[in-house]
Design a binder for this molecule. Structure first.
Ligand SMILES: Cc1cc2nc3c(=O)[nH]c(=O)nc-3n(C[C@H](O)[C@H](O)[C@H](O)COP(=O)(O)OP(=O)(O)OC[C@H]3O[C@@H](n4cnc5c(N)ncnc54)[C@H](O)[C@@H]3O)c2cc1C
Ligand code: FES
Length: 271
């Protein structure tokens, strides 16, 4: 059995600046890390620590893409690195993933996604693999809120996504020069656009956005079992041993990071 604490060496092969403090890194590994949308990997740099990140590239590719905010010690060092430099990667971890097999997306269900800020990251894998994972006919509607147009992730990909039956609605927190679209928090989009019928909801973003979105979805009649959200907790081991990421009876690393609202609604500290 593989040692879950052992990292593989991964070489940076491509870097793209997404915003002032977020970069997308592509890593080539000796062997493919197979993952499902919603799982996470642990990235390490000797002397700078280790932290969890959600893969956001096309899961069919041999490389892994991570979109990383410069937030502290490890991520600041990573942001200084160049193509050709190496990091350690281990994983993937997480058994709670976006529940693609639970629903018949190809024939019956549509998908509604509400994301804020960096919360878009773990859903990009799903969008890039849409035709295989969900079916080309499945309607996907995304409500995405960012601080400003410059803070929007994956901007150059939106036109391509729209051609794939993906309805992308955008909002920015405050009015700003040159922005003619919606202004206000992501919940504002519920007042401007009808949510796609017969859908299951995936939510990811800062914890502060979860309750207002849940209220909107519940008013629209979504069942607690059909609402899924990704939790972020401080993690260490990533495999359910150290107890750093406990939420009620669950470990975010082992049982999540994606949970249904039916699982979380009785746990006061969950969101
Ligand atoms: C499942 C999961 C997936 C994640 N995916 C991504 C991703 O795709 N992209 C990305 O940029 N980040 C992601 N994160 C967050 C990322 O792991 C942290 O930003 C990272 O640990 C920062 O490491 P650092 O050493 O640079 O910062 P540190 O020097 O450790 O900390 C900097 C600051 O960030 C705070 N902080 C660090 N981690 C967390 C956390 N988990 N929750 C709340 N506050 C925290 C610290 O308290 C401190 O204030 C994810 C976290 C989890 C749990
Ligand atoms: S990170 Fe150690 S138990 Fe979850």
């Amino acid at each position: 059995m593989n040692n879950p604490y052992e990292s593989q060496s991964a070489r940076i092969s491509f870097i793209s600046r997404q915003t002032d403090n977020i970069k997308l890194f592509r890593f080539e590994l000796g062997k493919k890390i197979k993952y499902q949308p919603g799982q996470f990997v642990e990235l390490s740099l000797p002397g700078f620590g280790e932290a969890p990140f959600a893969p956001c590239g096309d899961a069919k590719e041999n490389y892994i893409e991570l979109c990383v905010r410069n937030a502290g010690k490890l991520t600041a060092k990573l942001h200084e690195m160049k193509v050709g430099d190496k990091v350690g990667l281990r994983g993937p971890f997480g058994n709670g993933v976006w529940p693609l097999n639970k629903y018949d997306f190809k024939k019956q269900k549509n998908l509604f996604i509400a994301v804020g800020g960096l919360g878009f990251v773990p859903l990009r894998t799903l969008i890039l693999g849409k035709d295989d994972l969900l079916g080309s006919g499945t309607k996907v509607q995304i409500f995405y809120g960012a601080k400003s147009p410059d803070d929007m992730l994956f901007r150059h990909e939106y036109d391509r996504w729209k051609k794939q039956n993906i309805q992308l609605e955008l909002t920015v927190d405050k009015e700003c020069v040159g922005w003619k679209g919606c202004t206000g928090l992501v919940t504002t989009l519920f007042d401007k656009h009808e949510v796609v019928q017969n859908s299951v909801a995936f939510i990811c973003g800062p914890p502060v956005m979860y309750r207002p979105i849940l209220e909107k979805l519940q008013k629209l009649g979504f069942a607690d079992e059909d609402i899924y959200l990704s939790l972020e907790r401080r993690m260490h081991c990533g495999i359910g041993v150290c107890q750093h990421c406990a939420v009620g009876p669950y470990y975010t690393c082992k049982d999540g990071p994606v949970f249904s609202w039916a699982q979380l609604k009785t746990i006061p500290e969950a969101i």
